[in-house]
Design a protein around this ligand. Structure first.
Ligand SMILES: C[S@@+](CC[C@H](N)C(=O)[O-])C[C@H]1O[C@@H](n2cnc3c(N)ncnc32)[C@H](O)[C@@H]1O
Length: 233
């Protein structure tokens, strides 16, 4: 039988549908970004680790939250930052976030993080976003986020050994179904970093993979190629 290729929808339409049809649950809520954003067994250890990092910078970092979702996470981090910028592709969600969450150091923007110009910041938080996107979109996003000093990345990964970065189309689902997960340090992404720290690993009770948060310190742009490193020395 002939298998038809899936023609991907634009990511904006995909994510709008996820929220409209409550594909991540939370039918009693206006917007719901999923269990990973609300189950305190998952969110508390993450928040503690990130708050510790932000405090270690004297609450003085400008933070960009890429794919901020329903902001159940971000609302608990804002006060530990100099400025907090929440970004999401879903316009109605950003409009709702602007009315519900208010603070002097908080702003929201509706942007496609794979395509649009992103605001300046010291640190990028990108939590359970890349796992939903295609490798081509992730490559576009890396081109942008490698200009920031710190990236705090959270991804849902299979337990144990797995083949990283199997491709998929943008959807509500993640690579776990393909026994895969996103690893930015591996091909085809090969992000160059100065330092990596695992901030937090959550092993949810359902045993469907683990949720890993890593802190990447990025190599300043002038050191990104071996040739340049040689010249600098
Ligand atoms: C699973 S939710 C995670 C929300 C939040 N980071 C959290 O951990 O609670 C993924 C979010 O990424 C957003 N998103 C996906 N692709 C995006 C893109 N290209 N640009 C901006 N936001 C995007 C979705 O709209 C959704 O709100």
């Amino acid at each position: 039988m002939h298998r038809r290729n899936k023609i991907p929808w634009p990511t904006k339409a995909v994510m709008e549908q996820v929220y409209d049809k409550h594909l991540w649950g939370g039918t009693d809520m206006d917007f719901y970004s999923g269990e990973g954003s609300h189950n305190t067994d998952i969110t508390q250890p993450y928040l503690e680790a990130v708050i510790k990092f932000l405090k270690s910078h004297n609450n003085n970092l400008v933070v960009l939250d890429l794919g901020c979702g329903d902001f159940n996470i971000g609302k608990q981090l804002t006060k530990y930052t100099k400025k907090y910028i929440g970004i999401d592709i879903v316009e109605s969600l950003i409009a709702r976030n602007k009315t519900v969450f208010k603070a002097e150091n908080l702003e929201f923007h509706c942007l496609n993080i794979a395509e649009d110009v992103l605001p300046k910041a010291d640190c990028v938080l990108i939590r359970q976003v890349l796992q939903h996107l295609s490798n081509a979109e992730i490559l576009q996003i890396i081109e942008k986020i490698k200009d920031y000093k710190y990236i705090i990345l959270t991804e849902h990964l299979p337990q144990g050994h797995f083949e990283a970065n199997k491709d998929k189309i943008a959807s509500q689902g993640i690579r776990l179904k393909q026994q895969s997960g996103v690893d930015l340090l591996k091909a085809p992404f090969n992000l160059h970093v100065k330092d990596v720290k695992v901030l937090n690993v959550v092993d949810p009770k359902d045993k469907k993979g683990i949720i890993v948060t890593q802190l990447y310190e990025i190599i300043p742009q002038r050191f990104t190629t071996e040739a340049q490193r040689f010249t600098e020395n």
